[in-house]
Design a protein around this ligand. Structure first.
Ligand code: T1G
Length: 691
């Protein structure tokens, strides 16, 4: 019978089965919680019922609290009150898990008396990814099952574990047969009754906690080992404190402490930022203006031109998704070098246990090497990753036009060049778009899908779906200089270069950005990528500090010297040589150096980036402010707990941003002329989220 729109109740023998069906992920919404509570009450009042199975339909068991309800007034039963109802039943409750039992979903399963899952299921407490902690007893119950060390790992990492692993750690009582969950759960419930098993409560268990008593080093060592990873984030430390509380407090007090710290995190801008990122990532996959029924083209075979760093990494993405790749280079030697690097990458992955060594050959078998473009004739998608020069790319596309089969997608991996110009070298501009990967292409999550004025909807929709297939976060961007990510990077470059000429040091600039939350500073990143990327050895003319450093052979980390000096372990130290180059160049430019404050560095760099993001939005190069956020978080390391440049600007308040831009414009010129979009939004009392 239907309890409400999303919960139904039926009885099989003497086992009541409560079934939840609330797409897309059975999140524990108000309706779900109310329905389950009502069904439990019914089961308790039903004399013919001796036990209860709680199961979900659709793709998964409860995937957590309903994130869309955050910030709204609580509606009874809250998740914690629903847990009390389940935990205090007089009849055994069995949680039957498939898909991903996550967050509040797993926490609800933890108050059931027994848990069973199909082998394909996963269990996890990913709240840390939202800047939160498990707020329904996860920090108090999980340690009581798996022990303190494992709970520390699982909850601060937020990554789910397989059903097999969950069973081994005691999180699950049984594994069901795949596809037979309901029957196996009912059978377990019946066995519990037949064997008179107790109504065990996780909260009453302490044996696992006892293993950690008197060992404060467990927490001290964990904090130390993860300091770098947790730097800047608030949630991990709160999680650790809650887990410490299991040893210091009674269960109820621990629950109160957990609730207190959860509330603090939920009110924190860091969690708002990370919840914004969660939805922004999913929003980016949605392409406005393309009909949902647009044909997705089959991509059975991919061609990649260029087996260098980018081409090889790009090719690996498709092989990793099981898609055969024809890899074309200009010579056997270049081809073999590229394939060698690919094989070495897989062997390294296997040595880390992330794939089986015996699978490396199978993965390599997906590559068909070639030195002839004509071998790409049967590819559904061809991606070029050749030298970043327009005439080279136009030449390749002209040749592809004569080789590629009709309807094949022709993609360029260019970072800056005009893709309309490249497409014009073919007779099929409608089949051309950009697939801008980020180095290392087989690792970085971001993929800018660049739509030209002629790209037909089918290839755009196909590229966006393909991004998800190869495990990337695809963001659709327009064909403008630097698209979205690199254009904002260029704005940061300009200010960083100017600041060091005016008196700042590269290390001061880098520290401001590091303290803001970037994994590394601007000049440190430049040294890492290589100062000679895009440097023209033939045409160099000491036109700027970067050229001069290159002319001196200081190409960055790879030459053990750039803005920093590097020892044999790549440990960096500020370079007096680079500092002298900067001072000399500033003098030549007639720039009188001065003290530059950290605040000036912070504002000039960050507000210039925000302003460029606004211009990008205003020009339609990005269709959403949240897309700009996703580009800079996933492609350039903008700290996730600050939500991306546009979210961060909204947090400052656009009136503040506008005032600051005007002041910076007065002091440092028109690079800070406020974007018209910012002025419009301020006039309308709106933020980028409304743009
Ligand atoms: N609440 C609301 N909507 C959700 C949701 C959630 N928890 N999880 C997913 N969605 C939506 C998502 O926005 C998308 O919507 C659709 O479902 C499909 O998602 C008290 C406080 C479950 C592994 O953090 O990890 O419990 O775009 O595209 O790739 O301690 O979704 O279709 O409109 O991601 O198959 C803890 C978050 C919450 C899990 C499925 N739980 N979700 O991945 O699909 S906090 C989480 C996921 C909590 C308690 C605390 C994934 C997934 P739309 P999708 P997918």
């Amino acid at each position: 019978m239907k309890v409400n729109d999303v919960v139904s109740y039926d009885v099989d023998g003497s086992i009541a089965v409560i079934t939840v069906n609330s797409p897309p992920v059975n999140a524990l919404s108000n309706a779900v919680r109310q329905g389950v509570a009502g069904a439990i009450q019914t089961a308790m009042g039903d004399a013919g019922v001796d036990a209860v199975v709680l199961i979900c339909e659709g793709r998964t068991f409860f995937a957590g609290a309903d994130i869309t309800e955050f910030g709204k007034p609580p509606v009874e039963p809250t998740l914690r009150n629903l847990q009390l109802i389940v935990e205090n039943t007089t009849k055994p409750v069995v949680a039957a898990i498939h898909g991903t039992a996550l967050g509040g979903g797993l926490e609800l399963a933890l108050v059931a008396h027994y848990r069973i899952a199909v082998p394909s299921a996963k269990c996890g407490l990913p709240e840390v990814n939202l800047g939160l902690l498990p707020g329904a007893g996860g920090t108090q119950r999980l340690p009581r099952i798996v022990g303190i060390p494992k709970a520390l790992d699982l909850i601060t990492a937020g990554t789910p574990v397989s059903a097999k692993a969950a069973k081994e750690m005691g999180l699950l009582d049984e594994l069901a047969t795949e596809g037979n969950l309901r029957a196996d759960a009912i059978a377990l419930a019946q066995r519990v009754l037949d064997e008179g098993r107790p109504l065990s409560k996780v909260r009453d268990r302490s044996e696992k906690l006892d293993e950690a008593r008197g060992k404060p080093e467990i927490f001290a060592d964990f904090r130390k080992a993860n300091a770098r990873k947790f730097r800047g984030f608030n949630a991990p430390e709160s999680i650790i404190r809650c887990i410490e509380a299991t040893l210091e407090m009674r269960f109820e007090d621990g629950m109160t402490f957990e609730r207190q710290l959860f509330n603090e995190l939920q009110a924190d801008s860091q969690s708002a930022a990370q919840r914004h990122v969660f939805f922004a990532e999913r929003q980016a996959a949605k392409v406005d203006g393309i009909p949902a029924d647009t044909a997705i083209l089959p991509i059975a075979k991919v061609g990649v031109i260029g087996a260098g760093t980018m081409g090889g990494g790009i090719a690996m993405n498709f092989a990793n998704a099981g898609i055969p790749v024809t890899l074309v280079e200009t010579s056997e030697e270049a081809l073999n070098r590229g394939l060698g690097i690919i094989r070495k990458n897989y062997e390294t992955t296997a040595s880390k246990g992330k794939m089986r060594m015996e699978d490396v050959d199978g993965r390599m078998a997906l590559f068909t090497p070639s030195v002839s473009l004509s071998d790409l004739a049967d590819c559904d998608l061809i991606i070029e990753a050749v030298f970043e020069q327009i005439d080279v790319k136009r030449d390749v596309f002209g040749k592809l036009d004569a080789i590629a089969k009709p309807g094949a997608i022709l993609a360029t991996n260019t970072s800056y060049l005009d893709i309309d110009d490249i497409a014009a070298a073919t007779g099929r501009p409608q089949d051309v778009l950009g697939l801008h990967f980020f180095s290392p292409a087989n690792v970085m999550k971001l993929l800018e899908v660049v739509r030209t004025k002629d790209s037909r909807p089918e290839i755009v929709a196909t590229a966006m779906k393909l991004a998800k297939t190869i495990g990337k976060i695809g963001v659709l961007v327009g064909n403008g200089f630097g698209f979205v990510g690199n254009r904002i990077l260029a704005a940061r470059n300009t200010q960083a270069d100017q600041l060091v000429l005016e008196g700042a040091t590269p290390w001061a600039v880098d520290k401001v950005l590091y303290d803001f939350g970037f994994a590394m500073g601007h000049f440190q990143m430049r040294d890492l990528v290589g100062l000679d990327v895009g440097w023209n050895r033939e045409k160099t003319a000491s036109a700027n500090v970067r050229e001069i450093l290159n002319e001196m052979g200081r190409h960055g980390q790879k030459s053990r010297g750039g803005y920093y000096d590097y020892d044999e372990n790549r440990k960096q130290t500020p370079s007096p040589i680079a500092m002298q180059v900067i001072e000399d160049f500033a003098a030549k430019q007639g720039i009188a150096r001065r003290d530059v404050s950290d605040r000036e560095i912070h504002d000039r760099i960050l507000f210039a980036m925000v302003n460029e993001g606004a211009r990008i939005l205003d020009e339609g190069i990005a269709s959403r402010a949240s897309d700009v956020d996703i580009v800079w978080i996933t492609g350039y390391g903008w700290p996730k707990y600050r939500g991306g440049p546009m979210f961060w600007a909204d947090l400052q308040g656009l009136p503040v941003v506008l005032d600051r831009l005007k002041a910076l414009q007065a002091a440092h010129g028109d690079a800070f002329a406020p974007s018209a979009l910012i002025e419009r939004l301020v006039a309308q009392d709106k933020g980028f989220k409304d743009a």
